[in-house]
Design a protein around this ligand. Structure first.
Ligand SMILES: Nc1ncnc2c1ncn2[C@@H]1O[C@H](COP(=O)(O)OP(=O)(O)OP(=O)(O)O)[C@@H](O)[C@H]1O
Ligand SMILES: [Mg+2]
Length: 233
């Protein structure tokens, strides 16, 4: 099995006003490459913390994290930033687009950070917007001039810009109505099937989780259940 993500006894504790919160408690988890996976659990169970430590946005207090075999826990801050840029894309519930940039400029931004040659940026951004199925008529719009579903497509295009192997999404359909949410979920499914990427999403919606290939359920910072489903039929 080609593993996208491997966690070994990963813990993350926060100390706040003298109280220790165990947001993650010795989590062991393996996610194969090329699947759509989900993380579910009650509010406060540690879902966002788990996604953030997988994505290198947060560091575990202890334990080991491997992304495609690379030990992320052992990297320096600089090394971590480099690997994040190479391997990972992020999608958020509230899209997190830059309000005064157009859709296409939002997608170009990570390419600029990655020092992508400026002549090729526009072309790559257009490709990504096409992969995210946002029509060219919307590319010059600012986020406020787009619907929620369209904004999430821009955010997905931005996540695709650096051609990441793994995409992490914290409640990507959480702000959308159920029909738009289904369209976004279908798009994520297509990105997994056609491009052999791994997508890990968090959801509160049991229908969303049921449409994924693997669900990890968190309870009080621990993985208490793994459900695997076969969607190949
Ligand atoms: N920066 C922080 N400082 C202190 N405690 C934190 C911090 N971030 C998270 N926590 C605590 O860690 C636990 C897990 O939080 P987390 O945000 O991962 O939950 P979640 O499952 O994503 O919840 P939700 O469904 O509400 O988004 C919670 O008890 C939370 O209060
Ligand atoms: Mg959360």
């Amino acid at each position: 099995m080609n593993k996208a993500v491997e966690l070994r006894k990963v813990s993350r504790t926060y100390t706040l006003h003298g109280n220790v919160v165990r947001a993650l408690d010795e989590v062991d988890l393996e996610i194969p490459a090329g699947i759509l996976a989900s993380i579910v659990g009650a509010s406060g169970s540690g879902k966002t913390t788990l996604l953030n430590v997988i994505g290198g946005l947060d560091r575990p207090t202890s334990g080991e994290i491997y992304l495609h075999g690379e030990g992320m826990h052992a990297l320096s801050e600089e090394g971590l930033v480099k690997h994040r840029r190479k391997l990972l894309g992020y999608i958020f519930q509230s899209y997190n687009l830059i309000p005064n940039l157009s859709a296409i400029e939002n997608v170009e931004l990570p390419l600029e950070f990655a020092r992508y040659p400026s002549r090729e940026r526009r072309k790559r951004a257009e490709q990504c917007l096409q992969m995210a199925e946002l029509g060219p008529a919307r590319w010059r719009h600012r986020p406020a001039q787009l619907s929620g579903g369209e904004q999430q497509r821009v955010a997905i295009a931005r996540a695709l810009a650096n051609d990441p192997k793994v995409i992490l999404a914290d409640e990507p359909t959480g702000n959308l109505d159920s029909k738009t949410g289904k369209q976004i979920l279908k798009l994520l499914r297509n990105l997994v099937e056609q491009e052999h990427r791994t997508i890990i999403l968090i959801s509160h919606d049991s229908d969303v989780a049921a449409a994924t290939d693997l669900t990890a359920e968190l309870t009080d910072g621990a993985v208490t259940r793994i459900v695997r489903r076969d969607h190949s039929a």
